[in-house]
Write a new protein. Structure first.
Length: 487
């Protein structure tokens, strides 16, 4: 049976093309996708759902544990700078945890995930989730043991937590099940909802005992076979739960009862796309419809930029061989001289570290952006082994698309303390932040002119741990070698 995939977000057209070519069936397609492709897109329940992350730099996958790995493998092959991680908190998973902190609108919960070091960025077997107070029946306090379901997961590189609930729900694509009885339709209109309710009743599509069916809007347009398949999929997933549905929420005891999901009808994964991936996705999209050079790169920058791309493509047919218009994009959306720009330093294990922010002092047409940061005193500079003193200035030279960038540290009197050259995936200078993933190995130039290559052993360990593909590691070594010779 052909695996079925549902796609949503800014990468949908390109990924639809690639997945159709790979033999997957795309289902529940959006209106624009149906217009762009000469293909049949049934309204059937998906085996895997692929959705763009909130920050638009990657995608999340959720679905059948037997199908998710193959889709991840295909997406990993988009480009050399694609990185993937298994999601320790996939949507629908039931996990034990303990309330760690209470906030104004909800609680922070420490979740007991399994001990695979690649599940949680940085290793370990604890992840954090966010429980809105209105998603649990009982009052919660710090130290309370809880058993909760993941409603919405979060990528490892984002400064957000998975959203949790104390109420059970099983999603089957066209229909969801929750404890209770009866049937509800979330239709686009009352008339459509009534029509679907009548069809469901006519077909005798009853949820399993103890469950209530909630039919989605997509079900309104589905045929009888798809409706039956949707209910069957939801029922099969409900049967995977090995916990008593009445046990969710605050529990007795003083510690989580189990490590890892007690039940998980879905597997989950995250794929981060680097700059080279985005341009490969442009090529795939261009096979289907008009695509501006840098289409996905621009859309990943901001929601305003995403709207601008759509407008530009609707008005003209850009030259597919043209260069990415960095100067035009920067003038329209930023960054500009005087702006504040974050340096977002990704790690191959999924973490994101913000190195700080600084003032943009120059933006050039070739994609070069200079950022200056005032440093606080204390400690020393990594790799340079010189003291960090109040009044020091760090000057970072970023260039769009380059596999490295230098930061030169100067004292208050202008004396150069050294230069640290970071080897990374191709730099992307978005309106508010420069973004890349650090590739561990770096090159430093000391104040006396001595050049030193550092952290090769860290790179090797990252490959051995499965955090970084060997092909990407080889690229990092090649770039470091070239820098070492050039400096």
């Amino acid at each position: 049976m052909t695996a079925r995939v549902r796609l949503r977000g800014i990468y949908t057209t390109a990924l639809t093309r690639l997945l159709l070519d790979a033999g997957y069936e795309v289902v529940d397609a959006s209106g624009p996708i149906r217009r762009r492709f000469e293909a049949d897109f049934p309204d059937a329940p998906p085996d895997v759902t692929v959705s763009t992350s909130a920050d638009r730099t990657g995608v999340g996958l959720s679905g059948d544990p037997d199908v998710v790995p193959s889709v991840v493998d295909r997406l990993r092959g988009v480009g050399v700078d694609a990185l993937t991680w298994r999601d320790p908190t996939p949507p629908g998973a039931v996990l034990d945890g303990e309330v760690r902190e209470t906030l104004g609108g909800g609680a922070i919960v420490a979740l007991a995930v399994d001990g695979d070091a690649h599940d949680v960025p940085g290793g370990g077997d604890i992840a954090e989730g966010y429980l809105p107070y209105n998603a649990v029946d009982a009052h919660v306090e710090v130290g309370d043991p809880v058993r909760l379901q993941v409603r919405e997961s979060a990528p490892p590189w984002a400064d957000t937590r998975p959203t949790l609930s104390g109420n059970l729900r099983v999603d089957g694509g066209l229909v969801a099940l929750e404890p209770g009885s009866g049937t509800r339709v979330d239709g686009r209109s009352d008339a459509a909802a009534r029509e679907l309710a009548g069809m469901v009743d006519l077909l005798g599509l009853e949820p399993p005992a103890g469950w209530r069916a909630i039919w989605s809007r997509a079900a309104v347009d589905a045929d009888s076979d798809a409706l039956e398949a949707g209910l069957e999929a939801a029922t099969e997933r409900a049967e995977r739960f090995a916990v008593d549905v009445a046990e969710l929420g605050v529990r007795e005891g003083s510690a989580p009862a189990e490590d890892g999901p007690l039940a998980s009808p879905h597997a989950g994964a995250w794929v981060w796309f680097g700059r080279e991936c985005r341009f490969e996705l442009d090529s795939a999209r261009r096979r289907v419809t008009t695509t501006l050079p840098g289409h996905h790169r621009i859309k990943a920058g901001s929601s305003d930029a995403s709207v601008g791309v759509d407008l530009a493509e609707s008005l003209c047919a850009p030259d597919p061989d043209a260069e990415f218009p960095f100067e035009t994009v920067a003038e329209a959306f930023g960054p500009a001289d005087g702006d504040d720009l974050r340096i977002e330093h990704g790690k191959p294990d999924g973490r994101l570290i913000v190195l700080g922010s600084g003032e943009v002092t120059a933006v050039d047409s070739d994609g070069s952006v200079t950022v200056e940061r005032s440093m606080t005193g204390g400690g020393s500079y990594d790799g340079l082994d010189v003291p960090r003193e109040a009044g020091d200035v760090a000057v970072t030279s970023l260039k769009e698309g380059r596999w490295w960038y230098p930061t030169t540290y100067r004292g208050a009197d202008g004396t150069v303390k050294g230069t640290y050259v970071n080897v990374c995936t191709p730099v992307e200078v978005f309106p508010d932040a420069a973004r890349y993933v650090d590739l561990h190995v770096d090159v430093v130039k000391h104040a006396d002119g001595m050049v030193e290559r550092v952290d090769d052993e860290v790179l090797d360990a990252s490959v051995a741990d499965g955090d970084m593909p060997e092909t990407l590691a080889e690229k990092a070594r090649s770039v470091a070698g070239a820098l070492e010779n050039a400096l």
